[in-house]
Design a protein around this ligand. Sequence first.
Ligand SMILES: Cc1ncc(COP(=O)(O)O)c(C=O)c1O
Ligand SMILES: N[C@@H](CCOP(=O)(O)O)C(=O)O
Length: 466
Amino acid sequence: MDYISTRGSAPALDFEGATLAGLASDGGLYVPREWPRFSADEIAAMAGLPYAELAAKIMFPFVEGSLTYDRLLELTRQAYGRFAHKAVTPLKQLDEQQWVLELFHGPTLAFKDVALQLLGLLFEEFLGRSERNLTIVGATSGDTGSAAIDAVAGRAKVDIFMLHPKGRVSDVQRRQMTTVLAPNVHNIAIDGSFDDAQATVKRMFNDHAMTDRFAIGAVNSINWARLMAQVVYYFAAGLQLGAPHRKVAFSVPTGNFGDVFAGYVAAQMGLPVEKLIVATNVNDILHRALAEGDYSQGTVTPTAAPSMDIQVSSNFERLLFDLGGRDGKALAEQMAGFEATKAMQLTNAQREGAAALFSSARTDADEMAQAIRWAWENCGELIDPHTACGLFAARTAGIDASIPVVTLATAHPAKFPDAVERATGQRSGLPARVGDLFEREEKCVELTGDYESIADFVAQHASPKI
Ligand SMILES: Cc1ncc(COP(=O)(O)O)c(C=O)c1O
Ligand SMILES: N[C@@H](CCOP(=O)(O)O)C(=O)O
């Protein structure tokens, strides 16, 4: 499989190249040249496979040419062997129609582990084939940071610089990053929002003073390998609920549009998906885009679901590319307009194409609390505020009663104990595997959001590419 840029002018790369490159050199995002497709019989034959085997089967078409099937299977077994639940992503029934897919059984208690545990191994595999050092520069609103740090801490040939918005992640999220003291891990708290951090990261990929000296790499969902690994759990849930003979709807708590785009990919690959419900908090750029065609950046409002406090959703570009007939030149112009004005109207083709598979909903603070309370009082389940946005959207989406609706439970409730306690009176304790998080020493530098100071810091601490 080779990978092309959504903006049409960067060179096509194989899977190894796209994984190490992260962002394309024309500012676009890499996507597979075509979507592999499984027949109904092939999907049916995957029912009941252990998660690591299912993962290798689903992902192999994307990595062919860079990894053998057997090597991929070794990597998926290693990555998912670290999860605390045998099923890796267990599915739980809430009522006749509603289900939750628990994606938080990895080492850092959020869905990001599913992809990042594998990505850490892929980096090691590919860097082992050359003399190259990789300088990962990432942005986090809380969860990507801890999962990426866990995946690469102490690994040879990789330095990681993780930017988070100061004071805008939960204490658990911050400590999961800042208490990792490995010398290749650098936490940077910046003034500003996640969007500012993400803009800095993207700028560094196109800063030749940096890219001439350092091989800049990505762990955010701009990196295709992240999304590829997330496609698997849509199949895992769908198969358990009767796919390919039955349709399933998914409600996905959304910020950067990565997780829900993985659902779109699953549908392109043949999984029968009734609807993908895009669930935002009040930072609702995606809800406005899907409901009204208005993709314009608002100011970020801090919420109890801080990992979704995002107003520029990078992966939306991948959807627009696909819906617009994969015309990279036209999309490059559309994105340049957005970057200049911070506003963009979707074309009719993009709106109609999106409406065929996606619906959306915005959840405010009261609705979030209501959903947490409903899950606790009616089902005895504590859910986190991000999952609550998904569940609220799932229960109000009007999906036909015969179709199961799966909400992606993207984080463990213990990552956001205050919000959960406010809604239910219950405090969710951290699982034992997280250990003595609140006793450990923290290490983090504080910088202004100013690009130059961040680039200087990276340049002083990173290893040159060779
Ligand atoms: C807990 C949680 N839920 C949902 C999201 C949104 O996911 P995405 O950015 O892939 O849309 C994030 C962060 O991205 C998150 O950390
Ligand atoms: N919610 C994320 C921010 C989005 O990042 P991505 O890595 O999924 O692109 C976070 O928690 O850091």
